[in-house]
Design a protein around this ligand. Structure first.
Ligand code: ADP
Ligand code: MG
Ligand code: MG
Length: 933
């Protein structure tokens, strides 16, 4: 708690408006507004320290010291208002309002009109000459006090009120007259007596004390405690609640009175205009309660033109003072405006961006402040088509939100169908149990992908993300029968061609078309991101594998490609057969021949990518995944072979058919003879050409190869540089393609900065092996083309041993890039798929792990490894370029950490580049307050 303040209670004039921890957000701002001369009704704040002291003293009543201070402040209020608390002629009424440092639903509600009793009620009637109003105020107090401070049920009050309204034929509250309201108060008082076995407290000070205690206690109420746990609100952020006692002003004194809430700018669009609602002849709670429909603030221009002008002035004063869009409450009592609360307005991303730029232009905030007021993650809202929030729809099933964005289309159950349907202009959603590399053409053809199995790193998820297509994966509620071309979801049967909508941001699946809105990449955002780039130290690159992806990355502002995965280039339909040939090759020569056919494809891709990036670095990773990923699975092959065998057998049986038929019934035979003849003829041809047999042989040898290549732990098996060393000709081909592409660019005067990155390295000797090959090929190519090729050589860091040997690896590696997906698996010894499908959710639920480390970088473990690695690498090579290219590279928290350990760059998917640019600027601007846990 730190040192205690000298007192517990502060008037709005004296409270420190900067100290939200002590006075709560509401209290500090009430003080602030009072001190800049805004019309706040007089009042005072009881500090959060008083609350903590009360709770620490075991809730044994308010202590004498506090009571003394409260009484003194009440006396002061009496002086300021010229009224008396409990005074029979001029009664002072107050509201008692809770408010912690952070706004927190679940805390105690506000009690209005406190100080009313049988005696002061009479005074209020005399004072206002408005009996109806006075009884209305009284019945509100009894109900609020009863439910909030005495723990009674709201429903019991509502029931009485409803009965009386019915009896008096009043449609709603305003139609009930003084007599009806008086009757209501009597009913309410009886209810209190009955339920609490005590009369409603008459003494205003007793009311005040009970109310304050109730607010204090609510801090430890179950709802509030749960809320703080759920949203990780630590005592550092908010500790205890303050209580605000505020003189009542009345919006329910007639047609010249009102209450309302407003934003200083439109929180939906950012438009610089007053935005809000108000209700004539009502008290605060009515607007929220939805008893009557409030009017848009615009109408106040003609309803109350004078007050509207004051509201306009208030809006400017608030913004000038807080330098932020404000969300404020006001009440108008007999034509006089009062301000009852203000706080920073919550806005959507487009409104935040617009207001950031506008407020800089208006001189309200600096460019830094404009950047800092936008949480980077919020930009995600703007970068994908998303479901129209206005659409009212029911969720059919929910899977994992594997790749954000929304898409609608007709269901297809295989990639070929997706392709053929897309060719005739249909929008399709590819629905599969799982996807494989040879489904890739189906991805290109589809609007989105839905799978019933697999996590967020399943093939479907990873490929969809890299293409920026929406994907819902692991939606187990869907039972797919792709032979029958049917899927059953929660009792609904879907057939090919049925419309569905998927939302890859939430994992939801809907029946039919849900309207979407397109992403807006507005001018204001571009300006903002340019400012961010100027402030940031980290560079933002992108992970992109194809010319299309690379163009997108460049458009979104990536200053390089941090990860270009060559295997993605292997997956295209015209290349996959050659890749398979290469894998199935029996001899080195055969393999070489296949590789030579692949080389031009890769070279052209690299050239195109270099051309697009126009001199910015392009980091190409040599082949990484185990090669059996490019072959069909053995299950699939077994089925195909069985079908082929059955076909051969059927042909044999068909040959015997005419004779058998003749034997059976010569007449029948005569009828079919001609047809049978043509069929058997055709089949004979099939047989003579040995089509089926040849295919069976080919499939069988592929099956053998698949079996031979099968591994127990493919992710820890024959992949990455290990593959490059056992099949050196594969890497040689890729290296040659990169260097030749660069050489051709150099000849064409296109600037290039290629970088070759070796995956899965754990020892320097592996790097030496590849490095020698790079040198050899580079010399050859440079000689052949007659140009010098600029080139950097480096390694991924995704194996724990590589971290430990970073100093040694840095002897050869000019750069290092953390592959934090694999490095996280390696650090925890978790396999991601198994972890996410089996035990991680429980770990998170039980609090054993706070987060999913595959989504949120584990800074304490993986981060510390990164820190050590960088330190050791820099000892060997002080100017070593360092980066991160795992999925974490696009997440703001991880980016802040990367700034903290001084990485050179982060690399993320093209769509996240804007988020990362903003986060990189935040990293720099907030570096002083960064705490490495
Ligand atoms: P919440 O945090 O739920 O908004 P508040 O303490 O702000 O709770 O109060 C609830 C409603 O009562 C608001 O509409 C507020 O403007 C109104 N209100 C609070 N105090 C007063 C007061 N002294 N006079 C008039 N209305 C008030
Ligand atoms: Mg409020
Ligand atoms: Mg990896």
């Amino acid at each position: 708690m730190g040192t205690r303040s000298s007192k517990f209670v502060f008037s709005f004039e004296e409270g420190d408006n900067k100290n939200k921890k002590l006075l709560g957000g509401k209290g500090a701002n009430l003080c602030g507004m009072t001190q800049i001369g805004l019309p706040v009704p007089p009042g005072f704040v009881i500090s959060t320290e008083a609350c903590l002291t009360y709770l620490a003293q075991n809730k044994k009543g308010l202590n004498a010291e506090l009571l003394k201070e409260i009484r003194a402040e009440m006396k002061d209020l009496e002086k300021k208002t010229g009224k008396g608390f409990g005074d029979p002629d001029q009664p002072l009424l107050v509201s008692v309002r809770s408010g912690a440092a952070m706004s927190m639903p679940g805390m105690m509600d506000t009690i209005l009109n406190l100080g009313l009793n049988q005696v002061t009620l009479g005074g209020l009637i005399k004072m206002t000459k408005n009996e109806r109003f006075a009884y209305d105020a009284y019945r509100r107090l009894i109900q609020l006090f009863g439910s909030v401070a005495l723990g009674m049920r709201d429903e019991d009050f509502d029931e009485i009120f409803k009965e009386i309204k019915e009896k008096h034929k009043a449609k709603d509250d305003v139609h009930l007259d003084a007599a009806g309201l008086k009757e209501t108060c009597e009913g309410f008082l009886e209810l209190v007596q009955k339920k609490t076995k005590k009369p409603f407290p008459e003494d205003p000070y007793e009311q005040l004390e009970i109310a304050i205690e109730a607010v204090f206690k609510s801090w430890m109420g179950k709802r509030a405690v749960d809320y703080r746990r759920e949203f990780h609100i630590t005592p550092e952020m908010a500790n205890g609640t303050a209580v605000n006692v505020c003189t009542m002003v009345f919006g329910n004194l007639g047609e010249d009175s009102a209450t309302g809430v407003a934003f200083t700018r439109n929180p939906g669009t950012g438009e610089n205009r007053l935005f809000g609602e108000y209700m004539i002849n009502a008290q605060g709670e009515d607007v929220v309660a939805g008893i009557r429909t409030p009017k848009p603030i615009n109408e106040m221009r003609k309803d109350m033109p004078e007050v509207y002008k004051e509201l306009e002035a208030l809006r400017h004063t608030l913004e000038k003072h807080y330098r932020e869009v404000q969300d404020f409450e006001f009440t108008i009592e007999k034509g006089k405006l009062y301000c009852l609360q203000t706080r920073n307005g919550k806005m959507n991303a487009s409104a935040l961006i617009k207001t950031s730029i506008d407020m800089v232009n208006e001189g309200l905030i600096s460019e830094q402040q404009a950047i800092l007021r936008i949480q980077p993650e919020m930009l995600d809202q703007l970068l994908h088509p998303r479901l129209d929030p206005k659409a009212k729809v029911k969720v059919l099933a929910t899977g994992l939100p594997a790749s954000p964005g929304a898409a609608s289309g007709k269901i297809v159950f295989d990639a070929d169908r997706a392709e053929s349907k897309a060719k005739i202009g249909e929008r399709v959603i590819l629905v599969r149990e799982e996807t494989k590399p040879d489904d890739i053409h189906g991805f290109f053809a589809s609007q989105g992908i839905l799978t019933s199995r697999g996590g967020k790193t399943s093939h479907a998820a990873v490929v969809a993300r890299s293409m920026g297509k929406p994907c819902v994966s692991g939606c187990e509620a869907i039972h797919i029968n792709d032979i029958a071309k049917e899927a059953v979801i929660s009792g609904v049967t879907l057939r090919e061609g049925d419309m569905v909508t998927i939302d890859g941001s939430t994992g939801n699946v809907f029946l039919g078309i849900v309207p979407t809105i397109e992403p807006e990449f507005v001018e204001d955002l571009l300006v903002l991101l340019e400012w961010a780039d100027e402030m940031a130290q980290l560079k933002v690159m992108a992970n992109a594998d194809t010319p299309e992806g690379v163009s997108k990355a460049k458009k979104y502002g990536a200053v390089g490609i941090g990860l270009c995965r060559t295997e993605r280039m292997f997956n295209q339909p015209e290349r996959l057969p050659i890749v398979q040939e290469m894998i199935l090759a029996e001899t080195s020569e055969e393999r070489q021949a296949a590789l030579e056919r692949l080389l031009p494809f890769q070279r052209e891709d690299f050239k195109e990518i270099f051309r697009i990036m126009d001199g910015l670095p392009v980091t190409v990773r040599l082949l990484d995944p185990p090669i059996h990923e490019f072959l069909p699975s053995d299950d699939e092959l077994v089925v195909e072979i069985r079908h082929l065998r059955e076909l051969v057998r059927t042909v044999e049986l068909m040959e015997a058919l005419p004779d058998t038929l003749k034997l059976l019934d010569p007449q029948l035979h005569g009828k079919y003879a001609a047809n049978l003849e043509t069929i058997t003829h055709g089949l004979e041809e099939l047989k003579n050409r040995h089509l089926a047999e040849n295919l069976i042989n080919a499939k069988e040898s592929m099956l053998q190869k698949v079996k031979a290549l099968s591994e127990t732990n493919p992710m820890l098996g024959h992949r990455g540089v290990r593959l490059g060393i056992t099949y050196p000709e594969i890497y040689s081909m890729q290296i040659r393609a990169i260097i030749e592409a660069a050489a051709e660019c150099v000849k064409e005067k296109i600037p290039v900065a290629p970088e070759i990155m070796v995956p899965q390295v754990c020892t320097l000797q592996e790097l030496v092996f590849v490095h020698n090959d790079v040198n050899r090929i580079r010399k050859e190519v440079e000689k052949k083309f007659g140009v010098k090729v600029p080139l950097k050589f480096g390694t991924m860091i995704e194996v724990v041993r590589a971290c430990m040997r970073a100093g040694r690896l840095a002897e050869l590696a000019e750069f290092m890039s953390f592959g934090t997906n694999d490095l996280t698996q390696a650090t925890f010894s978790f396999s991601r798929e198994d972890a996410e499908n089996k035990f991680l959710p429980l770990y998170n639920e039980r609090g054993i792990l706070q987060h999913n480390p595959f989504e949120i970088l584990d800074i304490k473990g993986v981060g510390r490894l990164m820190l050590i690695t960088v330190e050791w690498a820099r000892k060997t090579r002080p100017d070593i370029k360092t980066g991160i290219c795992g999925e974490h590279g696009g997440h703001p928290d991880a980016i802040r950490f990367c700034h903290h350990i001084n990485l050179t760059y982060v690399s993320c998917s093209p769509l996240r580049v804007p988020i990362a640019r903003l986060a990189a600027a935040h990293g720099k601007l907030k570096e002083a307050e960064y705490q490495f846990v």
